[in-house]
Design a protein around this ligand. Structure first.
Ligand SMILES: CC(=O)N[C@H]1[C@@H](OP(=O)(O)OP(=O)(O)OC[C@H]2O[C@@H](n3ccc(=O)[nH]c3=O)[C@H](O)[C@@H]2O)O[C@H](CO)[C@@H](O)[C@@H]1O
Ligand SMILES: C=C(OP(=O)(O)O)C(=O)O
Length: 439
């Protein structure tokens, strides 16, 4: 990955930026449009690479995608869905995790699907065993090939009783996108209930689906023969909002995040307040700032919703290097999400990584040799360094660290960040960061 940013740190980030629709919803709603017999419209779409990848994949399958980039409106017309050339799809291998969610919709529309090898952040093994098992339960025949996966449904797809071993976001979405047009009833136990999934359910309901969510995380879907289009405005990207909030805290700044919304961020806001950050929820966004004085160390465990989201963890850890005392961070969603701390240690942060489950919960990764707990000791002044972006959130964390550090850092591989942060360089400039793209 390319792109080099030179950052002169030590200046608080102050000002206002806007967040638009959620990366982890918009791409899925775009896939859902494949299920309809009529056109759909999606608003508040951010300019991020995952949207471009999904647009390309939809176009390869005959969907007309008209993206008004500045206004953030996408028109999707699936009237002429067709099989794509395997070589064309394969060109997108490794670009994102979304292609796996094309399975159900393509099986319904075409009777077969070819899925390229997945991309996404390398923060653990990220197997797709739940996805494939679910598809088999619906009646799909799964043929794993050297490159990619071929699926067919010789007898059509029928509803299934599914229980997830872990409330996986992707596997829940796989079930929803397949069950809505499968024959009969589907029952999904131990489903994930992230706000982005709830917004996907809202989209599917607008299209004509019948879906109920019980208090015990059981989702029931009554399959229907036909779905129409939808018109929908995406919920805001709570991960991007939390990332800018962490940047405000670490740099002792003050950022108004226009578009950020409280309900989806309540868990983040509680943690932010415990660390010592201040925030003000307004009609049109949330202001986050460092109120002066010391920040407090905390014990934090990432979890599925409504727990503290794993994608908030990496940016917040940078802010924790500026808090007084020992913070404990237990990552329970991914087994390998602390790789980004190596660069922080090189910048002077005191972060130790442990295999044990520190915190309160025993998680799936305990006793299994995974470095999934961290102890952060602070406050430590950070010094500038040359660093390489490892993944999406780790990359944004490196930006925060460079902005916090005294001196000039060179951050390479910044293109990865465009996968989930819209116009982040323009936003940095608007917040007064001294950041320059190297020629
Ligand atoms: C594009 C998108 O929406 N990405 C989000 C989605 O990823 P994604 O949908 O890939 O994450 P999952 O919720 O599926 O993964 C959670 C855990 O389940 C495991 N697992 C998952 C599927 C499977 O078949 N087998 C299996 O073992 C994973 O390895 C991981 O340890 O939810 C994650 C958890 O909130 C977020 O960090 C990602 O930003
Ligand atoms: C892990 C993430 O995304 P993906 O699932 O697309 O890799 C993320 O957004 O932090």
């Amino acid at each position: 990955m390319s792109g080099l940013l030179t950052i002169e740190g030590g200046t608080p980030l102050n000002g206002e930026i806007t967040v638009r629709g959620a990366k982890n919803f918009v791409s899925k709603a775009m896939v859902a449009s494949l299920l309809g017999e009529e056109p759909s419209v999606l608003r508040n779409v951010p300019l991020i690479r995952d949207v471009d990848v999904v647009s390309d994949l939809l176009r390869l399958h005959g969907v007309t995608v008209d993206h008004e980039r500045e206004s953030g409106v996408i028109h999707l017309d699936p009237s002429n869905v067709e099989s794509a050339h395997v070589a064309d799809i394969d060109a997108h291998a490794g670009s994102s995790r979304i292609p796996i969610l094309f399975c159900g919709p393509l099986l319904h529309r075409l009777g077969e699907a070819f899925i390229p090898d997945l991309g996404g952040c390398r923060i653990g093994d990220r197997p797709i065993d739940y996805h494939l098992e679910i598809l088999r339960q619906f009646g799909a025949v799964v043929d794993k090939r050297t490159q990619g996966i071929h699926l067919s449904a010789p007898r059509g797809l029928h509803g299934a009783r599914i229980e997830l071993p872990y409330p996986s976001v992707g596997a829940t979405e796989q079930t929803l996108l397949t069950a809505v047009r499968a024959a009969g009833l589907t029952e999904l136990r131990n489903a994930a209930i992230e706000p982005e999934i709830m917004d996907l359910i809202a989209v599917l309901q607008k299209m004509g689906a019948i879906i109920s969510v019980d208090t015990d995380r059981t989702v029931r879907i009554e399959g229907v023969a036909r779905l129409g289009g939808f018109s929908h405005t995406s919920l805001a990207d709570r991960i991007e909002a939390g990332s800018w909030a962490s940047a405000a805290l670490a740099t002792q700044g003050d950022i108004f995040v226009r578009g950020a919304t409280q309900p989806e961020m309540m868990t983040f806001l509680n943690t932010f307040r415990k660390v010592g950050g201040a925030f003000d929820v307004r009609e049109d966004g949330i202001r986050f700032w460092h109120p002066g004085g010391e920040l407090s160390s905390i014990v934090l465990e990432t979890d599925v919703h409504p727990g503290f989201m794993t994608d908030w963890q990496q940016p917040l850890v940078v802010a924790l290097t500026q808090a007084t005392g020992l913070s404990i961070v237990h990552e329970t969603v991914y087994e390998n999400r602390f790789g980004f701390t190596e660069a922080l240690r090189g910048m002077g942060a005191k972060i130790q990584i442990y295999r044990e489950c520190l915190g309160g919960l025993q998680c799936r990764f305990g006793q299994r040799n995974f470095n999934h707990s961290a102890v952060v000791s602070g406050p430590t002044p950070l010094r500038a360094a040359d660093i390489m972006v490892p993944d999406l959130r780790g990359g944004f964390s490196h930006l925060i660290a460079a902005l916090t550090a005294q001196g000039t850092s060179r951050v390479s591989g910044i293109d990865i960040i465009n996968r989930g942060y819209e116009n982040f360089q323009v936003k940095l400039e608007a917040l007064g960061a001294r950041a320059l793209v190297a020629a």
